[in-house]
Design a protein around this ligand. Sequence first.
Ligand code: BG6
Length: 491
Amino acid sequence: PETGCLSIIVLGASGDLAKKKTFPALFHLYRQGFIQSHDVHIFGYARTMISDNDLRDRIRGYLTPCKGFEQTHEKDVNEFLQLIKYVSGAYDTEEGFRLLDKAISEYELSKNSTEGSSRRLFYLALPPSVYPPVCKMIKSYCMNKSDLGGWTRIVVEKPFGKDLASAEELSTQIGELFDEPQIYRIDHYLGKELVQNLMVLRFANRLFLPLWNRDNISNIQIVFREDFGTDGRGGYFDQYGIIRDIIQNHLLQVLCLVAMEKPVSLKPEHVRDEKVKVLQSVLPIEDSEVVLGQYEGYTDDPTVPDNSNTPTFATMVLRIHNERWEGVPFIMKAGKALNSRKAEIRVQFKDVPGDIYKCKNQGRNEFVIRLQPSEAMYMKLTVKQPGLEMKTVQSELDLSYGQRYQGTIIPEAYERLILDTIRGDQQHFVRRDELKAAWEIFTPLLHRIDRGEMKPLPYKPGSRGPEAADKLAEQAGYVQTHGYIWIPPTL
Ligand code: BG6
């Protein structure tokens, strides 16, 4: 691993993302020894004129204890907060950024710096509208000092634009200032334990190799459900909607890992080459294979216009035009204010040909990867009902993480991804051409919705969403198993 000074600069330090995700993730990395006080300094930057201590106080309450370190939590928090220095300034004028550079440089020089000691990680916990000016300021005033070596990296998060044209414009503006290896586009789903397991499952298990294709798989669902609404984020959400907020990024990334071909190696470029290829094979989305919904009461939020056409729910079928997947629908489903919270991938296999048990109605084999909560993988099987009679019943092979990996701490997505940015590993970050291909898939549909040509159906908060969505999945070929529910094992 590299040594020397590392500066992590959180821009937008007093905003929601920084407080809820970035600083807590940094704290956990610190507590676990991945970043250490002797070579790391953290700078918060924002417009508000506050002191170092004010910022520390604002963050403190969000730093949750690391499992196993509850006893020393308060002491750990105090030590961690001492690493943070605050600099205030605007996002588009040079004064603030000159001050920031001065603060970072002083720290780098104070450390008896050695070669490679000017490592600067800029985390833009900011709205994308200010990415271009901020990147320009960083490039002009805050780059790593070449006499000390090291690097400068930029971490950005969605929304990367609103459609293909705006995303490309943003990419071009940033791309004129930084090279692709310096840009880390976070999609936090790529940091989830079971998402990171997808490639291992597919490419390190002989069992799946012959099955993972159109000959055996009937349909695949990629599902995201939340049991709460937009909760105070209505203003932001209304401009984007569920497709831009969840499907175009999080669920599509999952689709890539489920559907892509085996990469040449695990090198980030090899992996991302395959993701781009599969995205480019996705056919245009048919309106008849889309169901939109909006939960009743969504527009009660004062920041949401009364006549909003924004979907808070969507189900749609994506079709991949290649040798492996032709004819296999990928049913993407995402919704807010539903009856449960979960994210899962459900691979449904075809019926057994020449069935002698006449168990067709009982259920198809399904391989389910539960991303959250209660991380698990289970394979739904038909087995003999134990007992004297020869009867079949649905059961499962179950790998539930809570049970199988007791005592193992599953890291938060952001922890893992921030560590990758420090280590310089871009495998779990979205490349520019990948982002473009993702927008190409959804932009025509999004424009039709934005123009009001497609309307969301109302649904009751706390329900399954519009009934038409279940019908669509059924039409696409999904067969629901009645009378079988997977129950996560208790410890
Ligand atoms: C964010 C979306 O990217 O992901 C939110 O903007 C959503 O609307 C969140 O709630 C879900 O993340 P997770 O990790 O809780 O599934």
